[in-house]
Design a protein around this ligand. Structure first.
Ligand code: FAD
Length: 617
């Protein structure tokens, strides 16, 4: 018997879990098909969530009631707010995670989810009817029907592991690759590429000499990822810090021809900003050694992840070079490092809702779209799951995230308009409006939209509304409290002596003035809750800059709303170079905003395009 669902998600990784949860939250009857229940939520590589740019994505997933933030809070064992001393726009929450706790917390969240069932097995083919998706055929012959399918197979599509000259077909270590679905995509004329990524050896922490390595501690006060988490309860651990030595570099240089990456054995392109130790030695030279963080993988696990030395050298060479690193001279390797190559889809085949243009009803999310990282995968999963549910529910209009309101919008726009030449990772520098897209205001930016869409549950909606009411109430109060420059000076505040009264809210624009520092003047401010005070500090401190950015954002929103028809005739645009015409015809940007960001586009070319669009009927 064939069982029917509204949405089927294939893959129980970071993209798949968020996609399945988002779809189920939207009220769609959802099935999550994955190889094994017990590998749902597995972290394939580093045991950490968040960081710069990535932490923004986690907060955005959380603001839309997604799972990643809450799960990371349940599993976090070393919370740190990166860039704490820099401006609020570039701060990034990060935590190291206990691998087992993360996986178990994610599995629990999926098991307990209303509207969601898990089906174990290997999805082999996507079924179609009249050019649209109709369901999924399993390798064992079972069939499930659904009008929307989300594919989130990560590094599993024709995955091939390399360790030195050894090659093992695998999705990640110890797990079989997925072969059938690459053929499905190729059959539908979808352009596939090959990318690669790598991971370091895992070490037995009980054989590390911790007395000779440096230490990195957690923040004194752990700031949770989720707006719904009150307090972090896990004990917080320290990491070790060590460096490679001249001896390490010599062994790697002498054996570079044995590295899968340098012997010509790997065709796929890897991430430049997350280089292997071989890349570091060849490209950046030896300098003073390369830093390595020794990250314990769990509270009751002695395995250590040496962050910074991913490699595809033969296992024996790995052991040799690792033992030249201070603290690791007697270390036991639990599992050698490896590189993995896999198929990915050119994300320019997708529209902004992550639906494949060539096969309506099929949505793709995560590493399959040429990205790298758990957070990038989770955020795409949420967008794809939401849109898959909208489609299954008969809604004609997909939901598009804007660059002006989220990093999620920045990522989807980058991927679908520019494609990828190497695994795509989020950086704060990718966003034009960083000051507006902060980690602290992700809920203000996205939760109201999520409530309208039906993506956000009642508990979060109430929590958010109560917070916003408190911010509004206290903002108004701060605007009614005021003093003269003389009165301010008598309290030790150095402000312009221009005779003008200033409100407490205006005073926040002065350096070092915060709600907390105004408590000695107005005692009632002791009642402002901590997070409300933080929100007002940032709002008041950056009000002038935020207002300036508002007008740029309005221009972007206008350009995003100027849609370019799919069949627009770029060849007939006189005044553009042939190269640019060709590029535009190939990439088919969906809006003027997308076109303006393409490589080679000049302000003059955008103006020409705008003039032509205005002439369109
Ligand atoms: P995955 O987490 O890979 O999940 C895919 C899921 O799909 C799995 O559960 C699998 O069982 C299931 N699946 C696949 N095919 C099928 C099928 N046909 N039927 C049923 N189920 C299926 N990221 C970084 O940011 N930095 C790094 O340094 C880094 N290094 C990495 C090194 C290695 C060796 C690997 C493997 C990954 C690395 N990553 C790194 C990437 C990170 O692990 C991924 O970005 C992230 O896990 C992608 O999430 P995903 O949901 O797209 O896929």
């Amino acid at each position: 018997m064939t069982v029917s669902y509204d949405v089927i998600v294939i893959g129980g990784g970071h993209a798949g879990c968020e996609a399945a949860s988002a779809s189920a939250r939207m009220g769609a009857r959802t099935a999550l098909i994955t190889h094994k229940r017990e590998t749902i939520g597995v972290m394939s590589c580093n045991p950490a969530i968040g960081g710069l740019g990535k932490g923004h994505l986690v907060r955005e997933v959380d603001a839309l009631d997604g799972l990643m933030g809450r799960v990371a809070d349940a599993a976090g064992i070393q919370f740190r707010m990166l860039n704490r001393r820099k401006g609020p726009a570039v701060r990034g929450p990060r935590t190291q995670a206990d691998r087992k706790l993360y996986r178990l917390a994610m599995q629990q969240a999926i098991e307990d989810h209303p509207n969601l069932v898990v089906i174990e097995g290997d999805a082999h083919d996507i079924m179609t009817r009249e050019g649209c998706v109709s369901g999924v055929a399993m390798a064992d012959g079972r069939m499930f029907t659904a009008p929307s399918v989300v594919l989130t197979t990560g590094t599993f599509l024709r995955g091939l592991i390399h360790i030195g000259t050894e090659r093992i077909p695998a999705g990640r270590v110890g797990e079989a690759p997925s072969q059938g679905l690459s053929a499905t995509l190729a059959r539908h004329g979808v352009a596939l590429g090959r990318l690669k990524t790598g991971t370091p050896a895992r070490l037995d922490g009980s054989t590390i000499d911790w007395s000779v390595v440096g230490r990195q501690t957690a923040d004194d006060e752990a700031v949770p990822f989720s707006f719904m988490t009150g307090r972090i309860t896990n004990p917080q651990i320290e990491c070790g810090v060590t460096r490679t030595t001249d001896a390490t570099h010599k062994i790697i240089a002498d054996n570079i021809h044995l590295s899968a990456m340098y012997s010509g054995q790997i065709e796929g392109v890897g991430p430049r900003y997350c280089p292997s130790i071989e890349d570091k030695i060849v490209r950046f030279g030896e300098r003073n050694g390369h830093q390595i963080f020794l990250e314990p993988e769990g509270l009751d696990d002695t395995t250590v992840y040496p962050n910074g030395i991913s490699t595809s050298l033969p296992a024996a060479v790995q052991e040799m070079f690792i033992r030249t690193i201070p603290g690791l001279d007697k270390v036991r390797i639990v599992q050698p490092g490896y590189a993995i190559e896999y198929d990915h889809v050119d994300p320019r085949e997708l529209d902004m809702s992550l639906e494949l243009r060539k096969l309506p009803g099929l949505f793709l999310a995560g590493q399959i779209n040429g990205t790298t990282g758990y957070e990038e995968a989770a955020a795409q999963g949420l967008a794809a799951g939401l849109n898959a549910a909208l489609k299954a529910g008969g809604h004609d209009d997909p939901y598009h995230f804007s660059r002006s309101s989220s990093y999620l919008g920045v990522m989807l726009d980058d991927l679908t308009s520019r494609g990828v030449t190497e695994p795509y990772r989020m950086f704060t520098s990718r966003a034009e409006y960083r000051l507006s897209l902060r980690v602290d205001n992700a809920d203000a930016r996205l939760t109201p939209e999520g409530i309208k869409l039906g993506l956000v549950g009642s508990a979060r909606a109430e929590h958010y509304q109560a917070f916003e009411e408190a911010v509004t109430r206290w903002r108004l109060r701060l605007k009614t409290l005021s003093l003269t420059p003389n009165e301010a000076a008598s309290h030790g505040l150095r402000i312009n002596q221009d005779g003008q009264r200033r409100s407490a809210f205006d005073l926040l624009s002065y350096q070092d003035v915060t709600v907390a520092s105004l408590r000695s003047i107005w005692g009632e401010l002791n009642d402002v809750p901590k997070r409300v005070a933080e929100a007002l500090d940032i709002e008041g401190g950056y009000a002038v800059y935020l207002e300036r950015q508002e007008s740029d954002i309005a221009v972007l929103r206008r350009d995003e709303s100027l849609r370019i028809p799919e069949d627009f005739d770029y060849a007939g645009l006189s005044g553009l170079s042939n190269e640019l015409k060709q590029k535009l015809s190939q990439q088919r940007p969906s809006s003027l905003a997308q076109a303006a960001r393409m490589e080679g586009m000049t302000p003059a070319a955008s103006a020409l395009l705008l003039a032509m669009l205005r002439k369109q009927p």
